[in-house]
Ligand binder design. Structure first.
Ligand SMILES: [Zn+2]
Length: 153
């Protein structure tokens, strides 16, 4: 089983503390690490496709539309300067969007003097345990995002 499928299974069992809301094509979750405050993911419901171009046109359009709504809600909830969108998958091929709220100075001087992609920032810093939200912070992040999602859906 893949990591994303594991997390989705936890959502279905009611044991995923990061879960925010279910949409038609995927699940909205708060990221495990919050160096980029408000970092959110949108997990596609199915493991059977690993590329956008493999999806039926209608399903693809819905998935993209819902991802945009999640990004908008994330922006409204956490007030970044700019949203960054990423669909990667060399580690976990299961389709999942990384939605990063970006702010001035959030990667220091790394990555083209701080304006490059989030991955310019050293992984050991990004994934430092100190960037894990406390239970209270996590509840706050989820509540803020949920309010904005509810307005858009
Ligand atoms: Zn999977």
């Amino acid at each position: 089983m893949c990591l994303i499928c594991d997390r989705i299974e936890m959502i279905k069992n009611g044991t995923n503390p990061y879960f925010v809301r279910e949409l038609e094509t995927g699940y909205v979750v708060i990221g495990d690490h919050q160096h980029f405050r408000g970092y959110t993911l949108f997990l596609y419901k199915n493991h059977d496709k690993t590329e956008l171009f493999q999806m039926e046109l209608k399903e693809r359009a819905k998935f993209m539309e819902e991802m945009s709504i999640v990004a908008e809600a994330t922006a409204k909830a956490f007030g970044p300067v700019k949203m960054n969108y990423e669909l990667l998958g060399m580690g976990d091929a299961h389709l999942h969007w990384h939605l990063f709220p970006r702010r001035q100075g959030d990667i220091g001087e790394y990555g083209n003097k701080g304006v490059g992609p989030v991955w310019s920032y050293p992984m050991e810093k990004m994934y430092d345990d100190r960037n894990r939200p406390t239970e209270e912070e996590l509840e706050d992040l989820k509540a803020k995002l949920k309010v904005e999602l509810d307005k858009l859906l």
